[in-house]
Design a protein around this ligand. Structure first.
Ligand code: SF4
Length: 637
């Protein structure tokens, strides 16, 4: 029976997982081959890149099922993943010195294994770096340094500092740096609280848990082969993409050359996890013992849903949607109450939220006892189902519409969130635009689907950003009108980045940036804007429109069918992820396929902005019809 690192992570989630895997016992009974091992690990590692292809915005409700991963997406991103691994190997040798064995020389990758109680535990090491007196084990992840550097603390009302200090491209916990005067920056308790987050295996500690399993396997191999004297030579690091790195645009032929940037940053940076993984060993040992019990008992009875299921995260358990969590209603479940992170206050003073609501039988929105509902917007959500009515705040919608200046530029970007930067001025995982669609609405309702539409779509993978900016500025007057998008912060973010990378266009781009307005401020709300317009705090916080079909989300997928008959079903490219895949696959296409997919990409992006024109028009007509009854806040069938 063979257990890889990925198996270990999954089998220790809960007692049920191993039993559900029983159907695949052939795999467990065999000794695992290098090829099978790599295939399993690769899929796991690529999931970080694939998850970056989705837009998840809790505030606006834009959310996508991360389980809709298909092999084409993985394939499309494969070359970038390989590049991350190879660059990590190169930069590891530059940073640590000595010799490194890494992905480029696949079959030579160092393998560690040991057997215990009839189970063969096995792992391969991404980078094995060896010097005379030191062995560095480096786990490479296509994630960014930001999530770790953002662990910040400080004294009350003072500047906040990261708990990490970077020295020669290696990040050390400040508490582990010799002679570092930590208390001048933050109270020790605050530092410890932040450090503790590294031990949450289902959130920030996810990759450190992974590295700690490797350490466990390595140390057990050394012990079982009576080479314990080597233990002290080992150091453990995570190698991740450096968010501070800016690509200078150097190429050799078509290939980018990732030199150190002007600030001395490298594309990959390393986090010293030697002490943390040491502290993890006790926990891994407990998990290993549990794993053996689970495998022995094979208890298939349901367990309570919990953090182990990693619901809606990139590492969601594969049995969640198909089995364990399939009783959760697809729409209007108790977890679809908006802005409900704090959960509900029960009569006994305790709080309940998320999966615990499901575990305790409160599955539907209406299962939640009425006396627990204290927020106005939750009451509206509930009444929309109970009374089968739509909520409309006509006065707020009219006030929102009055803020629009004409022409309205309905704008939407398609972007490539590439793990490695591709063009000058970019950094890892920047959302690099390769397409935009613009519909120009000259006066209320005056916009032709075809004549008033401009689409830019990059023809190649070369840098076509300047051409794109020129086309935007040719049709969008920076001194007049409104830049309108659904989730405008995204479009504004891209415009600001382009402004910083192309100084010749900076002033005009920033004028456009300042004209940004979100379609959701009219459908949903914008507390500050409505308070400034004279609405009271409670009403400003409450959405302007609610229909039970929204099921707690204001994503375009939910709002479009409520306001329009437009559908993406008949399009070749149906969503943003498919758009990225088609663009990423340009060079693999035949001429005919390229022509077809190029037009499909244009049709998809055009539909995104036309959808906004239709939604805006529907909102205008809605309040126009309501004007007859003179009511401001209404519920109607
Ligand atoms: S979905 Fe949750 S309860 Fe079910 S097997 Fe996975 S971790 Fe266990």
């Amino acid at each position: 029976m063979a257990i890889t690192k990925t198996d270990f992570i999954n089998y220790t989630r809960c007692k049920r997982y191993a039993a559900l895997e029983e159907v695949k016992r052939e795999k467990l009974e065999a000794d695992i081959s290098y090829e099978t091992y790599k295939e399993l690990e690769l899929k796991e590692n690529l999931s970080e890149i694939v998850s970056s292809m989705y837009e998840i915005n809790e505030e606006t409700g834009i959310e996508t099922n991360l389980l809709e991963k298909v092999d084409r997406q993985l394939e499309a991103m494969m070359e970038y993943y390989k590049l991350v691994e190879i660059e990590a190997g190169r930069i590891a040798t530059k940073t640590f010195g000595g010799k490194s064995v890494y992905a480029e020389k696949t079959k030579e990758q160092e393998c560690f294994d040991f057997s215990l109680n009839g189970i063969h535990y096995v792992c391969y090491v991404d980078i094995y770096n060896e010097k005379e007196d030191e062995i560095n084990i480096i786990e490479v992840k296509a994630t960014t340094s930001k999530k770790y550097m953002d662990l910040m603390a400080g004294h009350k009302k003072c500047e906040k500092f990261s708990i990490w200090k970077r020295i020669n491209n290696i990040n050390y916990l400040k508490g582990e740096c010799f002679d570092y005067n930590l208390e001048t920056e933050m109270p020790l308790e605050e530092y410890e609280k932040k450090r503790e987050k590294l031990f949450d295996r289902y959130r920030l500690g996810q990759y450190i848990y992974d590295l700690s399993i490797q350490r466990y396997f390595i140390e057990h191999e050394l012990i079982s082969t009576h080479t314990e004297e080597k233990l002290t030579k080992f150091h453990y690091y995570l190698g991740v993409l450096n968010t501070d790195y800016v690509f200078d645009g150097t190429y050799e032929g078509k290939n980018p050359i990732y030199n150190s940037d002007s600030e001395g940053n490298e594309l990959i940076t390393f986090f010293d996890m030697t002490q943390i993984t040491e502290e993890y060993q006790k926990l891994i040992d407990i998990d290993r013992k549990n794993l053996e019990i689970y495998l022995q008992n094979l208890d298939v009875t349901p367990c309570p849903l919990s953090v182990s299921c990693s619901y809606k995260s990139r590492i969601e358990c594969k049995y969640f949607s198909t089995l364990c969590g399939n009783m959760i209603p697809k729409s209007n479940s108790s977890m679809h109450y908006i802005h409900n992170n704090a959960g509900f206050l029960r009569e006994d003073g305790t709080r309940i939220k998320g999966l615990d609501l499901i575990n305790e039988g409160y599955r539907n929105m209406l299962d939640v006892p009425e006396c627990w509902i204290t927020k106005n917007y939750h009451r509206i959500q509930r009444e929309s189902i109970e009374l089968d009515k739509v909520y409309i705040d006509k006065e707020k919608i009219l006030a929102g519409l009055s803020q629009l200046e004409y022409p309205i530029y309905h704008l939407d970007f398609e972007t490539m969130p590439c793990p490695v930067p591709r063009f000058r001025g970019e950094w890892p995982y920047i959302q690099s635009p390769f397409e935009f669609s613009l519909h120009i609405e000259h006066a209320p309702g005056v916009c032709d689907k075809d004549k008033d539409n401009i689409v830019f779509l990059a023809k190649t993978h070369k840098d076509e950003r300047e051409e794109m900016i020129q086309l935007m500025l040719k049709y969008m007057n920076p001194d007049k009108g409104t830049l309108l998008s659904q989730n405008v912060a995204f479009e504004k973010g891209r415009i600001k980045e382009l402004a910083s990378m192309f100084p010749d266009y900076r002033m005009d781009l920033m004028k456009l940036y300042n004209r940004g307005f979100d379609l959701l401020w009219i459908v949903n709300t914008n507390s500050k804007m409505y308070e400034d317009l004279g609405f009271d705090e409670e009403r400003s916080k409450t959405f302007n429109f609610y229909d039970k079909r929204l099921s707690g989300s204001f994503s375009i997928k939910k709002t479009l069918p409520v306001f329009s008959n437009l559908s993406y079903d008949n399009l070749v490219v149906k969503n943003g992820t498919e758009a990225i895949v088609e663009y990423a696959n340009y060079e693999k296409m035949s001429k005919e396929e390229y022509e077809l997919k190029y037009q499909a990409l244009i049709a998809y992006c055009k539909q995104d902005t036309w959808a906004m024109v239709e939604i805006l028009n529907a909102l205008r007509n809605l309040v126009k019809d309501l004007s007859k009854n003179g009511e401001n806040v209404v519920m109607f069938t």
